[in-house]
Design a protein around this ligand. Sequence first.
Ligand SMILES: *Cc1c(COP(=O)(O)O)cnc(C)c1O
Length: 226
Amino acid sequence: MSGTPERLEEVRAEIEQAAAKSGRNVEEIELIAVSKAHNAEKIREAMAAKQLLFGESKVQEARSKIPLLPSHLRWHFIGHLQKNKVRHALPLFELIHSIDSVDLAKQVERIGKEDGLFPRVLLQVNVAGETSKFGFKPEALIESMEQLLEFQRLSIEGLMTIAPLATDAEKSRPHFARLQLLRGELEQRFHLKLPHLSMGMSDDFAVAIEEGATFVRIGTRIFGPR
Ligand SMILES: *Cc1c(COP(=O)(O)O)cnc(C)c1O
């Protein structure tokens, strides 16, 4: 079986292929190595293969792991963020991908103000309307946008989605396309820029890149099963 560095190289090559196929500049696409449920040693293996950006989905786990690792690593939070964990999360993560309610945004704004931070965030969208998933429904996000834009501390930089579990990556395509359309609609209606689209995981990242992803979040393909 190949190790983490080899798998990282494979994934990077596939990212380049997908970018080339869709006529995109590969530099617009950043790979987040999703290290949740993997230990610091695994992360060091990826680091040795020049991976510096990692994704975690639990604040507790991140709080114990991040201090064990060099401080030049960068961390993104990709899981559901509980309001009582916001204060711990903000100083650890350069980007929160998962603002999934106005209430959570309000809490991030409040803690940001108290702690002197300007949190960078993405808004999580439940494009397929699955009851099991967190995130704004597209219509609800359009309705909430004005309120979200009033927060002075939040830097809203784009949208994130998780496609429904599927056996075929092509099944994810319409959901990714929908997120890109929604981004365009929000930019027009509210006169703003939302440069980032966080979409695509181990099984469907190539399709996500073809549909405009700027962040792909890949765990299993890099680190193996959790
Ligand atoms: C776990 C996770 C990933 C990575 O999933 P893989 O299938 O292992 O690549 C990506 N995004 C989110 C939000 C996750 O929770």
